[in-house]
Design a protein around this ligand. Structure first.
Ligand code: NAP
Length: 327
């Protein structure tokens, strides 16, 4: 099996979690890290035993010993950082939200398409074993026709106005950071929405902190979603169908268990013996796609990424939320 050589762009929180995950995968090497400053690259390299430490993203992108780069910078930087890596022929796994808005996502995907480069949104939840199993059960008709989704992702975040979660200059707000998960799940189950209604309460920094979303999809399916940076939401998800339901345990967007309740039958609990911790599953998908010469993933295809970004744009438009860099 061909070894896939990874580089990591950025040395923040999620980069650390991802680096740990890569270490356990077969035929996978984490060969380089790139940071905006050499000291951070060196510290990250020491912590995760990475041989090559670059003091700029440009040097990382140029490194000829890398096959794919994981872009883990704040949302506002995803487009430029991904384009930089692709410009040097590197495949890219880019964190969620894929970009700040639909227009940026289109630019990134067009570049990948025109230059035959692999590109994928790191919506890690889609690759987790429980979500895979749920998709199979639904396709087999286990709950009849799926008609409704209730899902949320929200937590109480201390008021740190400079932090990327609250800072408009870094694409702050609940929707782009956490709300993108239930939005993406709704798209995965029901496809693109045909109608969206929503409410948002803004905090002191002018970004969305409490959000309620209702979407109606192609066959009338309904999604009831919420996200927040001020409230600890339940983090359960419920998929209701005409012949039963699936309740995904807390936290539904991480590796977890679920219960299938078919009408007239005893509930059936599904628990998974996880081979990996969590972020590894999306990396495995990238490895597999690269080995097979694919440009996009069937599980997280470009059209889904674009559809999700369009929904995020529509929601922000409903609330009049524009980021400074969009003006
Ligand atoms: N999949 C998940 O579960 C998950 C979880 C958390 C976050 N995320 C996503 O991952 C991205 C990063 O989140 P994070 O929590 O890791 O953020 P973070 O801790 O703030 O780290 C972001 C890193 O990006 C780099 N960076 C580049 N330009 C920057 C700028 N203008 N300001 C600040 N940092 C900059 C920095 O690395 P250098 O200083 O080394 O250049 C920084 O350490 C976000 O898009 C977020 O939505 C995903």
């Amino acid at each position: 099996m061909k070894t896939i050589r990874w580089g990591i762009l950025g040395t923040g929180l999620i980069a650390q979690a991802f680096a740990k995950g890569l270490n356990n995968l077969p035929a996978t090497e984490l060969v380089a890290v790139g940071s905006r400053n050499q000291a951070s690259a060196d510290a990250f390299g020491n912590e995760f035993a990475i041989a090559t430490r670059h003091g700029s993203y440009q040097a990382l992108a140029r490194d000829p010993n890398i096959d794919v780069i994981y872009v883990s910078s704040p949302h506002t930087e995803h487009k430029e950082n991904s384009l930089l890596c692709m410009n040097y022929g590197k495949a890219v796994l880019c964190e969620k939200p894929f970009s700040l808005n639909l227009m940026q996502a289109q630019t990134m995907i067009e570049y990948a398409r025109e230059n035959n480069i692999f590109l994928m949104e790191a919506m890690w939840t889609r690759f987790l074993p429980h979500i895979k199993k749920i998709k199979e059960l639904i396709a087999d008709g286990a709950i009849g026709e799926p008609r409704m989704l209730q899902a949320d992702f929200g937590f109480r975040f201390p008021h740190q106005p400079e932090h990327r979660l609250l800072n408009p200059d870094l694409g702050g707000g609940a929707l782009l950071d956490a709300g993108v998960y239930p939005v993406s799940l709704a798209h995965y189950l029901f496809g693109e929405p045909k109608e969206i209604k929503s409410f948002a309460n803004f905090g002191k920094t002018g970004v969305d902190e409490e959000v309620a979303i209702t979407m109606q999809h192609g066959n009338g399916q309904l999604s009831l979603l919420s996200t927040s940076l001020t409230l600890d939401l339940p983090h359960e998800a419920l998929i209701l169908g005409t012949k039963g339901s699936i309740r995904i345990d807390k936290s539904w967007f991480t590796p977890t268990s679920f219960t299938l309740q078919q009408t007239g039958k005893n509930p059936e609990k599904f628990v998974f013996n996880l081979e990996y911790e969590g972020y590894n599953y999306e990396a495995l998908e990238v490895n597999q796609c690269l080995r097979n010469g694919k440009l996009e993933s069937d599980i997280m295809p470009w059209k889904d990424t674009l559809a999700v970004m369009k929904t995020l744009d529509v929601l922000r438009e409903q609330w009049g939320l524009k980021y400074p860099s969009e003006n």
